[in-house]
Design a protein around this ligand. Structure first.
Ligand SMILES: [Zn+2]
Length: 363
């Protein structure tokens, strides 16, 4: 499970890294395709606060919900989406697309960015935003971002070698679909390798870290940044716009998704309950809840996620009490109501494993 998560993370990181390479060589090698016109949907929550959300049903692949707070003292942004991403055989400039959407909303400069956590679908665009903004995050985020880039540098050559082998096998098979897949896989891996070799991971934000709580006073608004507990990772932030009464949860609340307990990044289903309880207490029952992915929601929707975890913990607890192994629990514990949501049963299995490890380790 940890390995799978690491693979997911590295792939996400490489997708982010791939963009950097393109940026460096943009003059000689323009993007293959223009930005799809409907890549993002902008939701206006107040006159000042907007959510730039990925459009379409496959939102799991196109980055997190970006929060944009516009004031006459500058713009504050929550999360930066991917840098650039391979989509349908093309390279799409995701973070630059987000900036373009912000420029449609205001002429004010983008001054501040808060990363809700380190995953590439929320921070991949940091290098774009770091050119004009200061990036803030909980203190564990920076080390995980830098470490993620460093491991991507190590894994990129192996990914190219593997893709070359698959291309040779695909050619020999005469299967045109497999060949097209293999060509895309190699193009992507080569981009990642080139980029990984030319990128300095220390240059990725955040450049300012906090631990307990951070506050911004901007445009007459109080913006509170909380880290109530570990949850999806050990660096999750909950961002609360007090006057607007709107909270951005990052991936500590993904709406109508199977949540990811990133155990490899010290995420915790047990502490996640505290994150939700303290979080709702801090922002209040009536706040508008913006998830890291999915539709804008209410406190009841965040509580539904809490129930997912308490039910899962109870089921896995029973499985452990019955003497089942980790593998047996992964095979046997089912959550039918979540199996058709993004992430599906594969992610539920990973969650079972993570909860199993947590419950076993508990004194
Ligand atoms: Zn995440």
């Amino acid at each position: 499970m940890r390995n799978s998560l690491r693979v997911v993370w590295v792939v996400g990181m490489l997708a982010a890294l791939a963009g950097l390479l393109h940026q460096k060589s943009a003059a000689q090698q323009p993007l293959r395709a223009p930005m799809p016109p409907n890549l993002f949907t902008v939701h206006k929550l107040t006159d000042k606060l907007f959510i730039i959300a990925p459009s379409g049903p496959d939102m799991s692949n196109i980055g997190g919900n970006v929060g944009v707070f516009v004031t006459d003292e500058g713009v504050l942004v929550v999360d930066t989406n991917y840098y650039r991403q391979r989509r349908n055989g093309q390279t799409v400039a995701m973070a630059e697309g987000v900036v373009a959407e912000i420029k449609k909303l205001t002429n004010q400069p983008i001054k501040y960015v808060i990363d809700t956590h380190h995953h590439g679908d929320h921070t991949g665009g940091n290098p774009v935003f770091a050119k004009f903004a200061t990036i803030f995050a909980q203190k564990n985020v920076r080390a995980r971002l830098v470490g993620g880039y460093q491991s991507a540098v190590k894994s990129a050559p192996g990914a190219v070698a593997k893709a070359e082998q698959e291309l040779a096998a695909a050619k020999a098979s005469g299967n045109t679909v497999r060949l097209a897949d293999a060509q895309e896989q190699l193009a992507s891996a080569q981009n990642n390798l080139q980029m990984a070799q030319s990128f300095d991971p220390e240059k990725v934000g955040p450049t300012v870290s906090y631990d307990g709580e951070l506050m911004f006073h901007l445009g007459g608004e109080e913006i509170h940044v909380y880290h109530p507990a570990r949850a999806h990772t050990d660096g999750d932030s909950l961002i609360y716009f007090k006057n607007a009464n709107i909270a951005h949860w990052g991936d500590a609340f993904a709406n109508n998704w199977v949540p990811v307990i990133d155990a490899g990044s010290n995420g915790s289903s047990l502490e996640w309950l505290q994150f939700i309880d303290k979080g709702i207490q801090l922002v209040g029952e009536n706040a508008t809840m913006v998830p890291g992915h999915g539709a804008i929601a209410k406190a009841a929707d965040v509580r539904r996620l809490r129930t997912y975890f308490t039910n899962l913990q109870a089921s896995v607890g029973k499985s452990i009490a019955a003497g089942r192994t980790r593998e047996q629990s992964m095979d046997e514990v089912r959550v039918p109501a979540y199996e058709n949501l993004p992430g599906g049963s594969a992610r539920i299995r990973m969650n079972v494993a993570a909860v199993y490890d947590e419950l076993k380790a508990r004194p």
